[in-house]
Design a protein around this ligand. Structure first.
Ligand SMILES: [Zn+2]
Ligand SMILES: [Zn+2]
Length: 271
């Protein structure tokens, strides 16, 4: 079996260490990828430290994987050697069960996450992108367009989709007032994406320290949530609020900022 080198967590408290392991022998529908970059998602840290429970060690984290195809199985039709590709948070799902819906395979019981999980055989551990190679079924590999660099684009594979999905689902676009709560790894993606979709974007952040960045990324307004006046001034303003903050905040105060029939989406995962 192909040998891979990576970095693994061996328990919840120690730093990651170099780790050599086997990837599976590629199947007919597999793509072999030389990993060039991998984002460090906060959920990598949560899982390496077992902050959500259920961590399996050794664990090779990483689900914002960007690289180049080095081999393809005989039935692979969408990719060829040399293609620039990405892998996100999951690498397999149900293919046969009755509840299968191709648009919702990330909710299916047969979901296989990129790491800290087991393959469909129920026993082979999955290892993520903090490694030099990965073998992934064609259907779970994404193409990288030429205009997106692999390093800067890697975080789109988790942080990006986390914001893109609710913005699309709740139809952010021209004429819609969207608030992004928090200006961190998720929030800044939300500002760029909502702006690109044509929405009118406001950032609600604890302080105004990242205000200039917010405007550069496309925000039209920027308010400090540490200022109580923000919540009176903006009452009833937004069609959509996307809350990227994982810590406990007063959601009721934010609900009050919605227009009638508006929506608030929580995407920050707490500890
Ligand atoms: Zn992630
Ligand atoms: Zn299923």
């Amino acid at each position: 079996m192909p040998i891979a080198k990576g970095y693994a967590a061996t328990d919840a408290s120690k730093p990651l260490v170099p780790f050599t392991f086997e990837r599976r022998e590629p199947n007919d529908d597999d793509v072999v990828i030389s990993v060039q970059y991998c984002g460090v998602c906060h959920s990598d840290i949560h899982q390496a430290r077992n902050e959500w429970g259920g961590s399996k060690y050794p664990m090779v984290p990483g689900h914002e994987v960007a690289g180049v195809v080095t081999a393809v199985g005989s039935k692979v039709s969408k990719f060829k050697v040399g293609d620039r590709v990405g892998v996100g948070c999951f690498v397999d799902s149900c293919t046969t069960c009755a509840t299968r819906d191709p648009d919702y395979e990330h909710y299916m019981p047969g979901l296989v996450q990129t790491y800290n999980d087991v393959e469909a055989d129920g026993k082979t551990p999955t290892f993520g992108g903090y490694s030099d190679s990965i073998v992934v079924k064609e259907g779970y590999v994404l193409s990288f367009p030429d205009n997106i660099p692999l390093d800067a684009g890697a975080p789109l594979l988790c942080a990006g989709i986390t914001l893109y999905s609710p913005l699309r689902h709740w139809k952010a676009g021209p004429g819609k007032k969207v608030a992004i709560v928090g200006m961190g790894g998720l929030g800044h993606m939300g500002v760029k994406l909502a702006h690109a979709m044509g929405a009118d974007v406001t950032v609600l952040s604890q302080t105004l320290s990242k205000k200039e960045d917010g405007f550069k990324l496309g925000a039209k307004d920027y308010y400090a949530t540490s200022d109580a006046e923000t919540f009176t001034k903006l009452a009833g303003t937004f069609d959509l609020i996307i809350n990227t903050v994982g810590t406990a905040i007063d959601w009721n105060a934010y609900l009050n900022l919605l227009k009638y029939d508006g929506s608030m989406v929580l995407v920050g995962v707490p500890e």
